[in-house]
Design a protein around this ligand. Structure first.
Ligand code: CUK
Ligand code: CUA
Length: 668
């Protein structure tokens, strides 16, 4: 034992010394080098670091002032936000407010611009119920020719079927849509290879629209699923509902989707479960959902020809429902827009290979990755190689005719990503591993094709995984991150609600190497995309002073330096205010009880990172004013009294002096 420890320590020392020399050689003399290397070895020894720990540390450490090679855009889960994380350092860079008010960014905490965004996505149909949280699942970066272009990010809200559009010039949310007709989604968001459409599949079937009541006994006749294709106007940076459409589909629970690319461009593939059409009712003596939904060994992969669907809509064959064109199920069948493929068992992920030819399916209660060939699918459609129709009349392609391969990889496979060397990586939930395996032609041939290569243990219960640009037409390899559901014993305990765990894995070598654990303490992140950092080109300050961050142009109504002041019109009061280190102008806002007050504030700063906040005590207001930004606060001065306002960012030595008074004179 002792001897082994000795060998281990000397291994350690060699590693550390080699690494130490490498690191310090650029800046230090020989004697300094020797000293630093020796102390690095000592540190490793004192901290009980193994050679693997040391190599992992060297691969992830990003020194101060240096940047990460990749950025991950992660779902923030129940927080309703998006996390931006650097790779390989796993440093959290930002939490982008998407669906939930966020005071630091001034998102829907008094700023009219973002407040209107959220209110515009409240529950429709007269209830106007405020939605102030979301269950975000799948972020999707905008693509050009199937590759990330670094311009926009989309993310869904599974709980309420909403989609947020984030502009990556300023990393802010610009649009939130409440999807018409749909009440929950899951297979969302995904983009087509040139971001023509943002795709959303419903999950739990309901009548269309969901506000049309139908008893659960009428599930098969009245309940339906939907797949939405929302047209993205890139120039405007907005989804255009007038040019969007949905396709009515059977009331199965549609799950994850992926858009076809390259050879399969123009098609969409979505898994489904509950083709049993189980309706639950456990308390009423019926089989519970978990049993009812998993009775069959196969459910159906939905194969959708969206290019053709576009033409069907253009030909006027869709119906308007709740302000959007909907292709009826029968029309989708008649026009050859929708086919099914049997998929085993309790299917979850559906992922298209970089060349677009393979669709990888995983079943949560299966041990295989099942791979369908797009070429085979096309042939089966052309030759009508069907094994039957479902109860709604949708043709089911013959499983064996479209199967390219089936590969035993472990219990509970979920999602698959790809690298640049013809390998696929699948998360294996039940056994907590990530499996690496080889694709077939044209990536690998003969013996080398469709082979399980290696599995790495995960801690614990891996859900999605992400590899660098691993769902695009040109994956980068290098890194994968497993997005784990459980952390159990990985972190210092912080109570019964444990953080989630992101594990960074180096996939560049012969063997996969676990590098780093990053706790996520904000919600359950489902999916993440990882983009090369140099593809992003964000602004460092807003391009001009008086910038409206929703219109992304100078606001003609923005307050300007030199013309600050207060304008009264009856009981409407407009305040034109500027902010710069270290004062607001004006500093007194005198109004009467009951006045409608509008404060137009412009940050006239041009210095990078010189952000100001604007909070009004007791009026529930906090803005973030980035250099150049113009924002508006609107409220009724219904509470008389004296309310200080102040800057909430420590912006200068005289930051505490950056303040003023809102004086609300009472009515007699
Ligand atoms: S789902 Cu598969 S683990 Cu919402 Cu993409 Cu979470
Ligand atoms: Cu501006 Cu503190």
């Amino acid at each position: 034992m002792k001897q082994r420890k000795g060998v281990f320590l000397s291994l350690c020392a060699i590693f550390v010394i080699a690494a130490g020399i490498f690191i310090v050689s650029a800046v230090t003399s020989d004697s300094q080098q020797a000293k630093l290397s020796a102390s690095a070895g000592q540190i490793a020894q004192e901290r009980g670091l193994s050679p693997a720990d040391i190599s992992a540390a060297l691969k992830t450490y990003v020194p101060t002032g240096k940047y990460d090679d990749y950025l991950m855009f992660s779902s923030g889960g129940h927080s309703g936000q998006v996390l931006v994380i650097g790779v390989p350092s796993m440093r959290l860079l930002k939490v982008i407010a998407a669906f939930t008010p966020e005071p630091w960014q001034g998102f829907a905490t008094g700023a009219k611009e973002s407040g209107d965004l959220l209110d515009g996505a409240n529950m429709p149909l007269g209830t106007n119920r405020e939605l102030r949280w979301a269950d975000t699942h799948h972020p999707a970066l905008s693509e050009t020719n199937g590759d990330y272009d670094g311009q926009f990010l989309f993310i869904n809200d599974k709980a309420n079927a909403r989609i947020a559009v984030i502009d990556l010039r300023d990393f802010e949310t610009k649009q939130i849509i409440k999807s018409p007709n749909m009440i929950s989604d899951h297979g969302s968001t995904f983009v087509t290879p040139n971001t023509e459409y943002v795709i959303e599949g419903s999950q739990y079937a309901a009548p269309i629209p969901f506000s049309d009541y139908a008893p659960i006994e009428q599930y098969q006749e009245k309940y339906r699923g939907l797949i939405g294709f929302y047209k993205f106007n890139r120039a405007k940076g907005r989804i255009d509902m007038a040019s969007s459409f949905q396709i009515e589909i059977p009331p199965y629970w549609q799950d994850l989707c992926d858009a076809g690319k390259k050879v399969s461009e123009g098609w969409l593939f979505c898994g489904s479960l509950n083709t049993e059409m189980a309706t639950g009712g456990f308390g009423d003596g019926k089989p519970p959902f978990e049993a009812g939904v998993s009775q069959k060994d196969m459910d159906y992969l939905h194969v959708v020809n969206w290019k053709k669907a576009e033409a069907v809509v253009a030909a006027g064959k869709a119906k308007m429902i709740s302000g959007i064109k909907v292709i009826p199920l029968q029309t989708a069948i008649d026009e050859g827009l929708l086919y099914f493929i049997p998929e085993p068992k309790s299917p979850h992920g559906a992922d298209v290979s970089p060349d677009g030819n393979y669709i990888v399916i995983s079943g949560k209660l299966d041990t295989h990755a099942t791979i369908f060939g797009f070429d085979k699918i096309q042939k089966a459609i052309a030759n009508k190689t069907f094994e039957g129709k479902d109860v709604f009349g949708v043709p089911i392609l013959d499983f064996n005719a479209v199967k390219a391969a089936q590969l035993e990889i472990g219990l509970g496979p979920l999602h698959t990503q790809f690298d640049d060397k013809g390998n696929a990586y699948t998360s294996v939930f039940i056994e907590s591993t990530m499996a690496k395996w080889t694709l077939g032609e044209p990536y690998n041939s003969g013996e080398k094709a469709w082979k399980l290569v290696e599995k790495i243990p995960i801690h614990y219960n891996i859900g999605h995984l992400v590899c660098a640009e691993g769902d695009t037409v040109s994956p980068d390899g290098k890194y994968c991150v497993s997005l784990n559901k459980w952390a159990i014993d990985r972190f210092t305990p912080v109570g019964p609600l444990h953080p989630q765990n992101f594990q960074l894995i180096d996939i560049s070598g012969e063997k996969m190497q676990l590098l780093y654990d990053m706790p996520i303490g904000i919600g359950e992140p489902h999916y993440v995309q990882m983009i090369k950092a140099d593809k992003l080109n964000p602004w460092l300050v807003y391009p001009e002073v008086g910038f409206n961050t929703i219109t992304m142009s100078v606001d003609p109504k923005a307050a300007k330096s030199g013309s600050e002041g207060i304008v009264r019109n009856g009981n409407n009061v407009d305040v034109y205010m500027t902010a710069i280190r270290s004062h607001f102008n004006p500093e007194h806002i005198k109004v009467k009880q009951g006045d409608n007050v509008k404060i137009h504030i412009t940050s006239i700063e041009r210095a990078r990172d010189a952000t100001h906040g604007f909070a009004i005590d007791g009026y529930n207001v906090n803005l973030s004013l980035e250099p150049g930004e113009a924002s508006t606060v609107e409220f009724v001065a219904d509470k008389p009294g004296v309310y200080p306002f102040y800057c909430t960012e420590f912006c200068s030595a005289l930051h505490l002096e950056m303040a003023g008074y809102l004086l609300v004179e009472p009515n007699q």
